[in-house]
Design a protein around this ligand. Structure first.
Ligand SMILES: C[S@@+](CC[C@H](N)C(=O)[O-])C[C@H]1O[C@@H](n2cnc3c(N)ncnc32)[C@H](O)[C@@H]1O
Length: 316
């Protein structure tokens, strides 16, 4: 295991870098303890405080210093599930290869900013092919917009096939040089019923632990399972009712349970480490990091969600 990360940090100081245009940085609320930037801002030379960037993760990650992040806890948009109604969103790709390729390219950018002993916790759900139905019925239960069209069945798959999305992405990341260290089954004891009658109801998602190098920081004692046993690869974590999500998250359709984010942060960081979520959504990972005394960097494409993160993080 690598040496712990013990650099001191302060939330109230900004490292002024040569050529840095301070006017580009803005704080939308006076009591915010983090910087809010856009992907067009100048490069941040040193992460002395937490940073929220509005933009496409692929470009926004270029703003961060090399090897500055200890761990990434993230849940990218799933393929063809939700329409976030904004240009450059990941997930609306017509082809499966484009979707996987786009994520691999973004994770190449993540690798640059990750410390040598850094890790990635990557949560992704699976999906079925559409059986060549191009239309998707509106989701009446979820206020968020489901994709109105479904992509064609990828070559080599058949109608109604389970795609294996998490594993396809995991293999692609492995090919791109990442170490694939664990597959965790996130079991949802309160999963919604499904109307299907020809297979069991889906009640889990996958979380992969990946590392930049063969050796990396992992605190095996930071979280214990039932009966104080070492954590196993099946995690029972209920999805959380919105009112328990530490703040107003009603505006976001795909919020990760706080318990899941906290667990990953605890296992892979120490006080003062920097945690990144390149697809920050409503900011669950960032909130977990803040509450555990870690600095954080969040990237989110949709300005409305950046606002939501600002409200959630400022009031916590
Ligand atoms: C599944 S949600 C993340 C939810 C988050 N874990 C939470 O608990 O709120 C994925 C997010 O990625 C954002 N997104 C989509 N494409 C993006 C891109 N190219 N760069 C950055 N964010 C993007 C979406 O707007 C959405 O909020």
């Amino acid at each position: 295991m690598s040496a712990p990360h013990t650099e001191p940090f302060a939330f109230d100081t900004v490292q002024e870098a040569p050529g840095f245009n301070r006017n580009n940085r803005f704080r939308s609320r006076p009591n915010e303890s983090f910087l809010t930037l856009t992907e067009d801002d100048a490069v941040v030379e040193s992460l002395t405080e937490s940073v929220l960037i509005q933009g496409d993760a692929y470009f926004a990650l270029d703003l961060l210093p090399e090897r500055s992040i200890q761990t990434v806890v993230t849940s990218p948009p799933y393929w063809s599930l939700r329409d976030y109604d904004i240009d450059n969103q990941i997930g609306r790709d017509e082809s499966l290869d484009d979707y996987i390729g786009g994520l691999v390219r973004t994770f190449d950018k993540v690798r640059r900013v990750l410390r040598a002993d850094g890790t990635v916790w990557l949560n992704l759900g699976d999906a079925y092919t559409s059986g060549n139905r191009r239309y998707r019925a509106p989701d009446k239960k979820n206020r968020a917009r489901a994709m109105s069209v479904r992509p064609p069945t990828p070559d080599g798959l058949k109608p109604k096939d389970l795609i294996g999305l998490p594993w396809r992405l995991a293999f692609a990341l492995q090919d791109a040089g990442w170490w694939l260290r664990s597959e965790i089954i996130w079991n949802k004891p309160n999963a919604h019923p499904e109307s299907v009658r020809d297979r069991p109801t889906k009640a889990h998602e996958t979380v992969f632990l990946l590392s930049k190098n063969q050796d990396y920081y992992y605190d095996v004692d930071a979280v214990r399972g039932p009966n104080e046993r070492r954590l196993r690869t099946t995690w029972d974590i209920s999805t959380e009712p919105r009112k328990r999500c530490h703040g107003p998250v009603d505006d976001h359709p795909a919020v990760m349970p706080a318990t899941l984010a906290e667990r990953c942060v605890k296992l892979s960081t120490q006080a003062g480490s920097v945690v990144l979520d390149p697809f920050a959504g409503s900011g669950t990972t960032l909130l977990a990091a803040q509450q555990l005394g870690r600095r954080w960097v969040g990237v989110e494409l949709k300005p409305e969600f950046v606002e939501l993160i600002g409200r959630r993080l400022t009031n916590s």
